[in-house]
Design a protein around this ligand. Structure first.
Ligand SMILES: NC(=O)c1ccc[n+]([C@@H]2O[C@H](COP(=O)([O-])OP(=O)(O)OC[C@H]3O[C@@H](n4cnc5c(N)ncnc54)[C@H](O)[C@@H]3O)[C@@H](O)[C@H]2O)c1
Length: 487
């Protein structure tokens, strides 16, 4: 009997891990992930398991199924033609020019994928929208797919929700299968799965049931929600807006704390213990980053503007504005703290990824912090345990427009955090990597210029201990250190 075939177009942060999970949980299904990037496919196929993405547990997961029923390939047409179900997980970044620039999602890659499916497919296919797209994209894609009239397509929306959900699921797998004997209390149920379908079309409902069956192999049935397509597409944008809104809210409060002497962690704890509010996503920081939050909020703003809902658009837009304000405010604190100038001063940037446990730098707050400091003629020493030097230089070259020679004069990247701190005027924490909490601050203090400053953009350092060693410490939303030149 022919085995069920899944193809996924887009071998990125979503396509690679989610398809690995399906392949792992459904050994009776063959999963082929295709991409136009040779480098990405080569990396997924790397014999040493040097994958293009860092996510705790991902390497073990991929290696357990690769070449068994999980394949990475450049042969798009072959994979499309063989597939019963095609996930589309290509990137949908914010448009940078033309109509809707700076707001609307760029659907070029999505449409190209749909056109390719339409051109190649000769047998019925279930096409699953995995990328985050604006509401009513499924409708537009349906018209592209059905235009050739050669075969039947059922279109489903199945947005990928939290990266955190993925991590939890990976932890579960690791716990049960790869780290036998580790505590089972780590076992976590993955978050909900959402599948949107055209409920009036019996073929689409049938397709939805196939996808529900696939997920049922590892997600409890009551966590698999089915809705109409529009609800599903909109839910993804709203979910990210809600999460980002909590971050912007607590960051706005952090500014009030600094002006009044309240302590943001005490406030967040007191507020979050209310069960109706909850403690998650109430951690003050230099702001959210990552490829999704800002892009998805702006896409929602664009939708609202297009619908003439100006007040609603403005409401959501302020989540992004506050996030930008928080990064700007943090850099002002550094400059004012360092006696109003950072020109020629060596500043150590600890962390460049947009969050811990990833090598992803897309929309990382560190980029904007570095850009502003470089604009003030600071000399940067950067350390991140997972981000490649080439990625850091590419991000900074792109945002500063400095050529590689100029960049090399102002930026050094280190593989060791202590070397990065040598002769530095200030430490600046941009990513909450756990290892930063455990650094030998006595050793670091001895290596630094005096007064030695620490600007903790994630509130993870041991502030009191560092102060007792002699550091002048600034924490987001924390009572201001009197030795700082701040008001
Ligand atoms: N990154 C996340 O954590 C996350 C979470 C939820 C949802 N999403 C959404 O999922 C989608 C994918 O995000 P990502 O982070 O995986 O993006 P990504 O940039 O990591 O990966 C996208 C991949 O698609 C490939 N691609 C582009 N056009 C193609 C084409 N025509 N044919 C074949 N391959 C093509 C690219 O080469 C790239 O490897 C986006 O819509 C994003 O908003 C991302």
């Amino acid at each position: 009997m022919k085995r069920y075939q899944i193809c996924c177009i887009g071998a990125g942060y979503v396509g690679g891990p989610t398809m690995s999970m399906i392949a792992y949980q459904c050994p009776h299904i063959d999963v082929t992930v295709v991409d136009i990037s040779q480098a990405r496919i080569d990396s997924w196929n790397s014999p040493s398991g040097d994958l293009p993405i860092y996510e705790p547990g991902l390497r073990e997961l991929v290696l357990s199924v690769r070449d068994r029923n999980l394949f990475f390939s450049m042969e798009l047409d072959e994979a499309i033609e063989n597939a019963d179900m095609i996930f589309v997980a290509v990137n949908t970044p914010t448009k940078m020019s033309g109509l809707g620039a700076g707001r609307a999602a760029d659907l070029t890659r999505w449409e190209l994928s749909a056109r390719r499916i339409a051109a190649v497919a000769t047998t019925p296919k279930i096409v699953v929208e995995k990328s985050t797209v604006p509401i009513r994209t499924a409708e537009a894609i349906a018209s592209v797919l059905t235009a050739s009239g050669r075969t039947h397509f059922s279109i489903l929306s199945n947005p990928e929700f939290l990266a955190e959900g993925l991590e939890q699921a990976l932890k579960y797998l690791l716990c049960v299968h790869f780290c036998k004997g580790t505590a089972i209390q780590d076992l976590q149920n993955p978050d909900r799965v959402l599948i949107g379908t055209n409920t009036e079309d019996p073929c689409s409902v049938e397709a939805m049931n196939v996808l529900v069956d696939i997920y049922s192999h590892w997600v409890p049935r009551n966590r698999i929600l089915t809705t109409n397509v529009w609800s599903s597409e909109l839910s993804k944008l709203v979910a990210n807006s809600c999460l980002a809104q909590r971050v912007s809210t607590i960051n706005a409060v952090s500014e009030i704390c600094e002006a009044t002497g309240a302590d943001i962690d005490e406030v967040a704890n007191a507020v979050g213990l209310d069960k109706r509010i909850g403690v998650k996503f109430l951690k003050a920081s230099i702001g959210f980053g990552g490829s999704c939050f800002q892009k998805d909020i702006l896409s929602l703003v664009y939708l609202c503007e297009s619908l003439g809902l100006d007040e609603v658009a403005e409401y959501f837009y302020w989540i992004v504005k506050l996030n930008d304000h928080q990064k700007e405010r943090f850099v002002f604190r550094i400059i004012h703290g360092l006696f109003n100038t950072v020109t020629g001063k060596r500043i150590t940037i600890l962390g460049f990824a947009f969050k811990k446990d990833t090598g992803d730098t897309r929309e990382s707050s560190a980029i904007e912090v570095c850009r502003r400091l470089l604009h003030e003629n600071a000399i940067l020493s950067i350390y991140d345990p997972k981000v490649q030097s080439s990625q850091i230089l590419s991000d900074l070259g792109h945002c500063t427009r400095l050529d590689p020679l100029e960049l090399n004069q102002h930026v050094s990247i280190y593989a060791d955090p202590y070397e990065a701190c040598n002769q530095s005027h200030a430490l600046v924490v941009c990513t909450e990597w756990d290892l930063f909490k455990e650094l030998d601050f006595e050793r670091i203090y001895c290596q630094m210029e005096k007064p030695a400053f620490a600007f903790d953009g994630r509130n993870i350092l041991p502030h009191e201990r560092m102060k007792s060693l002699g550091f002048v410490v600034y924490g987001i939303g924390k009572p201001l250190d009197k030795r700082l030149n701040l008001v």
